[in-house]
Design a protein around this ligand. Sequence first.
Ligand SMILES: [Fe+2]
Ligand SMILES: [Fe+2]
Length: 311
Amino acid sequence: MSEHEIKFQKKIDAEVKIEPKDWMPEAYRKTLIRQMSQHAHSEIVGMLPEGNWVTRAPTLRRKLILLAKIQDEAGHGLYLYSATETLGISRDEMTNQLLTGKAKYSSIFNYPSLSWADMGTIGWLVDGAAIMNQVALQRTSFGPYARAMVRICKEESFHQRQGYELLIKMCQGAPIQKQMAQDSINRWWWPSLMMFGPHDADSPHTGDSVKWKIKRKTNDELRQAFIDATVPQAEYLGLTIPDPDLKWNKERGHYDFGPIDWDEFWSVVKGNGVCNKQRIKDRTKAYEDGAWVREAASAYAKKKKKTAVAN
Ligand SMILES: [Fe+2]
Ligand SMILES: [Fe+2]
């Protein structure tokens, strides 16, 4: 280990945050760029399945809530892109990686949102799973990432609650509404568990990420915490979790659960999910449609700089 590396690790061990201008190992920088940009992409691609339902929200109140949530996700994308830029990669480069398939985003957003109940389930399970991950990331070792997470977490807990409240209403409604809610959990439960990523034993990045305190908890720890927190919430709704092996394990003090279909996970990650192509098509269109805004903004910045120099 070089002197730089020893100093770096000492800082991490002492819980001192690493800031953009500090020395850092190249692998630390690369891991963060990969993880943070993937996180940013997930925020903005995650707007698409919900955007699908804005014009079909059943009431004005629901529409306002959904719009506000989707707007929050755009904001999360922006904080995260900005935080990632401090590591020496440009926003354009990151966007290019997303649109060309070089960078990934959470595979859950490649599933379609088929009914209004999905707006509840996405908030409850998908944002719920994201929160588990993000609460731990508030203490991640890279300063800009940790600070972005503090603000994001506050908004995420609102997202989860609005989703759960939507489902409570549906479960108290007509039998067909409750059935819609059940069908929605049946479709989203397993993909939500996959959001935590492969089992620790199969996760190539876990070792270094834990040593560098980028990851404060492993994929399996977070997944278990999510299941333990979520099962009682499903019981309260009167809905069944689609896992016949799910049961409380007294000795472990945790729920046991059935095997996850990793073939499905990898197939979706590799581009074979129902919506992969549509999502990238929509993001590409959004990027192209926004070209005039970027041009206008940089022309304005140039003009301002000129006036500043002249004065
Ligand atoms: Fe978010
Ligand atoms: Fe969210």
